[in-house]
Design a protein around this ligand. Structure first.
Ligand code: FES
Ligand code: FES
Length: 159
């Protein structure tokens, strides 16, 4: 079986698996990293959202053969480690402050998408706007959207 290597949450990992297996299954079933959730498998619900080299990506729709050995994948499990000297990332702290989660299923993806959005907006030298928040496409069956928006605005002010 082909061997694939990449950096997962700061650690080099290798898997022996067929080229066409999607990254969501590599993460969840092979490596036991279950933060990225399965919702649709076709890049619609965004429940699986994680970061590839710091940018938002949907592992349900990326075959393992597309990942290079130097690629850095971050899931919700590794998000806090991306900020030095903290147990939680500022977006996770904001989620707690605004008591965002209900059932919680969509929330890892929500947090990863929010973090990527805040970083992208910050990089472009702007403040996060309602229009930026409108670009988020993560589905929440519990309807936590108003609290998500407040938490993101708060987190952005702290980052
Ligand atoms: S499971 Fe990946 S976008 Fe829905
Ligand atoms: S908190 Fe239940 S799906 Fe979003």
């Amino acid at each position: 079986m082909p061997k694939h290597s990449f950096v997962l949450n700061g650690k080099k990992v290798s898997v022996d698996i067929e080229n066409n297996v999607r990254m969501l299954w590599v993460l969840r079933d092979v490596l036991g990293v279950t933060g990225p959730k399965y919702g649709c498998g076709i890049r619609v619900c965004q429940a699986c959202t994680s970061h590839l080299n710091g940018k938002h990506f949907n592992p349900c729709s990326v075959p393992v053969s597309d990942i290079r050995s130097s690629d850095r994948i971050t899931t919700i499990e590794g998000l806090a480690k991306t900020v030095k000297g903290k147990n939680l990332h500022p977006v996770q702290e904001a989620w707690i402050k605004y008591d965002v989660a209900q059932c919680g299923y969509c929330q890892p993806g929500q947090i990863m998408a929010a973090t990527a959005l805040i970083n992208r907006v910050k990089k472009s030298g702007r403040k996060i706007s309602e229009a930026d928040l409108d670009t988020l496409r993560n589905v929440c069956r519990c309807g936590t959207y108003p609290r998500i928006r407040e938490a993101i605005k708060y987190a952005a002010s702290k980052m």
